[in-house]
Design a protein around this ligand. Sequence first.
Ligand code: UDP
Ligand code: MG
Length: 318
Amino acid sequence: MDKPLLSVIVPSYNEEENVDAFYRAMRDEVASTHYRLEVIFVDDGSSDRTLTELQRLSKWHSNVKYVSFTRNFGKESAILAGFQHAKGDCLIVIDADLQHPVELVHELLLGFEEGYDQVIAQRDRKGESFVRSTLSTLYYKLMNKVVDVKLENGVGDFRLLSRRAVDALLVLSEGNRFSKGLFSWIGFDQKVVHYENVVRKNGQSKWSMQKLINYGIDGIVSFNMKPLRLCLYAGSGILLFSLAYIVFTFFQIMRTGVEVPGYFTLISAILALGGIQLVSLGIIGEYIGRIYNETKRRPHYLVKETNLDRGIRYEKAK
Ligand code: UDP
Ligand code: MG
């Protein structure tokens, strides 16, 4: 029988200094296993020489595949493109910047051979700025209270997926892809392996605070309806409270007559209600925006260039 094929999916956005080193490191690592390797780089509309590097690399090495987007569509779309083009029996999603240690491949494959469909790499947060790690920890605490799927701190996209787990992911066709949530949503037997956080060597992180905050909001609203319900609860709570207050004031007036006009109570009621209404509207707007996006049914990405001759896997299967 043929050796099993491992597809490694590498979303790459402005990683010109990293792709070559990454490929070499990965190839050397996989060489000591009994897997054949294909590395699929997804150039997410880089503005540097990433694509040129990939073209050069793929000339020399036949197991280097690349898909290059027409613009920056985001890491989630890059991962999806990787899934759609990979032919492997198992797939690994990994960053190009060597922050995800390639040595972990052995442990991931071991998990796969033990029969797990998802082998998840979880990192500690060493070397990360205090603000960022505290914010993330808080975020995950909040998320897990709010969303319907379980998300864990330090767990990212770095993981191994079996062919059937990937096929399951490909069936989920939503436009707004929050992959952490999707990975958790499909379920299957999962195993967690741990690694130490590594500080990025070349290039810069593409995640600004703004991007991270947007990503966080995406995560919350793409996986549940609970924020909408929260508006409902908050609204009802405040309504009850106001009713009670109205009744109370009414009897107060009946007993003692009209007092000094209650500027304080009035202004606080107006401000609080106004605030809550705006927040609720914002939340509803988020959902409506998402519905709007989904109804447009736009593709997740457009391909400018690729060295893969075969079409997208799951479209062929239709
Ligand atoms: N990435 C991408 N598209 C983007 C942003 C990032 O494909 O719009 C890739 C990037 O090239 C890297 C991975 O996603 O391989 C993780 O990005 P980065 O290292 O900037 O994130 P961090 O490690 O700081 O979380
Ligand atoms: Mg990184």
